[in-house]
Design a binder for this molecule. Structure first.
Ligand code: MN
Length: 735
């Protein structure tokens, strides 16, 4: 359906957005800034003039929206606004970085460059997104604004995801939850992180999202009433004591509600701190800490606190800069309520993160050495020391993003912040690479501990070293920081290489001694004989004595005997074919790709999709593999290899049976197995492939493999089984 577009209406719409941007930015603009923004706007407008977004809107509305987020929600200034307006110009139009540099200067050009994806073709097996991400991070280490604008870009794309085709929605949502939301969290952009998580849920688990959204809405007025009542005594007392303050009650995000429900296996109503009450204090910075504790004391005068849930990020801020005092108290209606106490400054940092940090820093009000800066330094270091593939790097980077932290001290009392579960060996590498490489063990709180000792908060750690100490492969199991890991790997690689050189020398001497020519053919005979199919590996094994050089004898090279063949690549697994056979799967069950073409495909063993499941195809060297969109591996696949995702949909032929697994738990009684099997085979005419039941202490746990037609069929079966006397739980399981 074509809609008629009135160019004048569109022009007005664009101008409205542009004026709004200027209005929001106005309080922060310096002389000449408005002119620069106008120039960037006009440039972008002209460059994108022929382009439209998937929704049909003029493209310029996207850079305008990104710039709006940048100023309004992140609090950045003119350079960032200009870069945001231009962020897609190089990628999508004939404009080049050199043009941007000429017109807008080096700073803007560098930021835009960081935001421009690497163009060109990617090798199979590398990950386009990972490469792009790495490039972006390289620029981050120079200018953090790149990543902030990238987050704004992503946020707007997520907000407008509706008009994208389904497979793009999945890909973009997955990337978002995999990388961008944790990144926003790490940079302290709480509001953006929360919105990204909720949007991810909206597109990947629409049904649950809508349901929870409805329930949150339904409970709104009751919630407001509750908050009002809860806050009343605190409010009075704070006023009486002369505090300047504001109290906010906000609901938890949909995503965090669901996370809690799943993690603790509880219902919506049981998620007790569905909302948190926030007390924001207007106090001068030097009185912040004392004021927060004073308010804590007032709150706990009225309500009994849960001592296990006191969090003091005022004395020791989180590594992302977050400062706040949290307590969970019991309300009079018997419900736990989380109360967050913080100053206005802390609140702004919590909401807007990095940018707010700098704002306070610029006015000279804030800290000499922020933990956030330390983190950015760490990213820079990672980029410099890491020579693994982009994909490995992204994985490690992600692991470093928002794991919990452990605080430990050097003997001189310097605080080191490491990821949770870091070891003494990680600590050693954190101090210095040399100390790490020669680490023998550690004295933790005066007690001797091994390399693998897991640090605890407050530990004082003295690293013991020895000149003779050398890293081993085993060390890789002891460390969790990417710095330690990559240093150890690097050392091992160098060590192996130099040992292999020794080995090569030994082999050459040996062949010389035997009078055998050092030819490719002879070398292949050697490799085949010792069953080592990689030259470096072979030389290394010779050097460390795993292969005895003296076993190299003349008869190995007898030209009258045909050289043994080096094995080719592994045969594709016969197992998959077997699985497919018992599934009775036919290649016509799925429609794959944008057309209705039929392809060969296999079913992923990790998530066992059956007709009715929401699925996608993933291209591999051995053809397309079908996964459920809820597969635990899906997020990673979609975010790392989005270009290999293909659309897949079940057709309506449902006569065939699919294998699915059910887990069943309950209290044991005589005749129970009989009842279960009767329901399966008699009443629902389901074929059972196997059943195993273990009982222990009056409880039983069983696994049943059944052939079903589709999810509806399976759900019916689950329902029936749940009603069997004694059965407490029936659920589907994957592989
Ligand atoms: Mn964009």
């Amino acid at each position: 359906m074509a809609t008629l577009i009135d160019p004048e209406v569109e022009r007005q719409e664009i101008l409205r957005h542009y004026r709004r941007l200027l209005r929001t930015a106005k309080p922060y603009l310096k002389e000449g800034d408005a002119k620069l923004i106008k120039k960037a706007f006009n440039t972008s407008l002209e460059a994108h003039k022929e382009m439209r977004r998937k929704s049909g809107e003029p493209y310029i509305l996207h850079p305008l929206a990104v710039a709006q987020i940048v100023v309004e929600e992140i609090g950045l200034g003119t350079t960032s606004i200009v870069a945001a307006l231009l962020h897609d110009v190089v990628e999508d139009t004939p404009w080049e970085i050199a043009d941007v540099e000429r017109e807008f200067g080096t700073k803007v050009a560098r930021i835009v460059d960081g935001l421009t994806k690497i163009s060109g073709v990617f090798e199979y097996g590398t990950s386009e997104q990972a490469e792009n991400f790495r490039k972006m991070l390289l620029t981050l280490s120079e200018d953090v604004r790149v990543i902030l604008i990238k987050l704004a870009d992503r946020l707007h794309n997520m907000r407008t995801l509706d008009s994208m085709p389904r497979h793009k929605q999945l890909k973009i949502s997955s990337e978002t939850i995999y990388l961008y939301a944790p990144l926003a969290h790490r940079l302290g952009l709480y509001a953006i992180k929360t919105e990204l998580e909720d949007l991810h849920l909206k597109y990947t688990d629409t049904e649950i999202y809508n349901e929870l959204l409805n329930r949150v809405r339904q409970s709104r007025s009751a919630r407001n009433r509750f908050i009002k009542e809860f806050v009343l005594p605190i409010d009075d007392e704070l006023k009486a004591q002369g505090f300047g303050f504001e109290i906010k009650g906000r609901p938890k995000s949909i995503y965090s509600i669901l996370k809690k429900m799943r993690k603790q296996n509880i219902t919506f109503d049981e998620v007790y701190d569905l909302f948190a009450i926030r007390v924001i204090l207007d106090v001068p910075q030097e009185q912040e800490k004392a004021a927060c504790w004073q308010v804590y004391s007032i709150v706990t005068d009225f309500y009994q606190p849960n001592p296990d849930r006191l969090r003091d990020w005022v004395s020791t801020p989180k590594a992302n800069g977050y400062e706040s005092l949290h307590t969970t108290v019991m309300s009079r209606s018997g419900q736990w309520v989380e109360v967050q106490i913080r100053s206005r400054r802390m609140d702004e940092i919590a909401e807007k993160g990095y940018a707010a940090h700098w704002k306070y820093k610029d006015t000279g009000a804030i800290q000499p050495e922020s933990t956030l800066e330390a983190w950015i330094n760490k990213v820079r270091e990672m980029l410099e020391t890491n020579n693994s593939s982009a994909l490995e790097f992204m994985d490690e980077f992600r692991q470093n993003l928002f794991v919990k932290e452990v605080y430990a001290f050097t003997p001189k009392g310097k605080l080191l912040i490491l990821p949770d579960k870091a070891t003494a060996l990680d600590f050693a590498f954190e101090i210095h690479t040399h100390i790490g490489l020669q680490c023998l063990g550690a004295k933790v709180n005066q007690k001797l501990q091994p390399l693998s000792y897991q640090l605890r908060n407050g530990d004082q750690v003295e690293i013991l070293t020895s000149q003779k100490q050398k890293p081993t492969e085993e060390w890789l199991q002891y460390v969790i920081t990417s710095k330690a890991r990559s240093k150890i790997k690097e050392w091992l690689r160098d060590d192996k290489r130099s040992k292999a050189d020794d080995g090569r020398f030994i082999v050459e001497k040996r062949l010389e001694l035997l009078g055998v020519e050092y030819s490719q053919d002879n070398f292949n005979r050697l490799l085949a004989h010792f069953k080592t199919y990689n030259a470096q590996e072979f030389f290394y094994r010779v050097a460390i004595g795993q292969i005895d050089g003296r076993e190299i004898k003349t008869d190995l090279f007898d030209p009258t005997i045909e050289a043994p063949r080096l094995p080719s690549k592994l045969e594709p697994k016969a197992f998959d074919h077997e699985v497919q056979k018992i599934r009775g799967l036919s290649a016509n069950m799925l429609v794959i790709g944008e057309q209705t073409d039929k392809f060969d495909y296999t079913i992923a063993p990790c998530c066992n999709p059956i007709p009715g499941d929401d699925v996608f195809g993933f291209e591999t060297e051995n053809g397309i593999v079908i996964h459920r969109t809820s597969c635990p591996k899906a997020v990673k696949m979609m975010s790392n290899y989005g270009n290999r995702i293909v659309r897949a949909k079940w057709t309506d032929q449902l006569e065939l049976a699919f294998l699915a697994g059910l887990r069943i738990k309950g209290s044991d009684r005589v005749g129970l197995v009989n009842d279960v099997t009767r329901i399966i085979s008699n009443s629902l005419k389901v074929n059972m492939r196997s059943i195993t039941i273990d009982s222990d202490d009056g409880m039983f746990e069983g696994q049943i493999m059944v052939f079903v037609n589709d999810t509806a069929h399976l759900n019916k079966l689950i329902q029936r089984l749940s009603k069997v006397n004694g059965v407490l739980l029936v659920e589907r399981f994957d592989s």
